[in-house]
Design a binder for this molecule. Structure first.
Ligand SMILES: [Zn+2]
Ligand SMILES: [Zn+2]
Ligand SMILES: [Zn+2]
Length: 141
């Protein structure tokens, strides 16, 4: 199943309408290489001849982020599609400073550890974000 098919299935399952703007943003993110800003996504769709305004794109991205279908990558200032295609848990990134590749993973033990560290400070953590920078396997060799 492609990213777009998966994302559309999740929207339907959660009771969201698959409107044309939603479908267009999903398809653009599905084709994108690496992190994209809402402006980049707009340009990708603009090439297809159907331009959407930034506010609409931004709203769709926010919805997709809330469903764990898209993630914000802070260090790259953009958004990427979820590669794990699982709704649950915190999705984390390893970002290569050599080739810019992103690798996504999930680790429940890490989540427990982070929540425990927060709890000791009197805080109830609900979500964790990690972006590790370094060198990927290819760039290390
Ligand atoms: Zn993900
Ligand atoms: Zn690399
Ligand atoms: Zn977590």
């Amino acid at each position: 199943m492609s990213f777009a098919e998966h994302a559309i299935a999740v929207l339907r399952e959660k009771g969201y309408k698959v409107t044309r703007p939603r479908r267009q943003v999903i398809e653009a993110i599905g084709r994108a290489e690496g992190a994209m800003s809402p402006g980049d996504i707009g340009k990708m769709m603009g090439e297809g001849g159907r331009h959407l305004d930034q506010v609409t794109i931004y709203r769709v991205i926010n919805l997709l982020c809330s469903l764990n279908l898209v993630h914000r990558v802070f260090s790259q200032g953009g958004y990427v599609r979820c590669d794990l295609l699982e709704e649950e848990g915190c999705h984390r990134f390893l970002i290569c400073r050599g080739c810019g590749s992103l690798q996504e993973f999930r680790d429940e033990a890490l989540c427990r550890q982070e929540s425990e560290a927060a709890r000791k400070l009197g805080f109830r953590a609900e979500h964790h974000v990690t972006e590790s920078s370094g060198l990927c396997r290819d760039c290390r060799d």
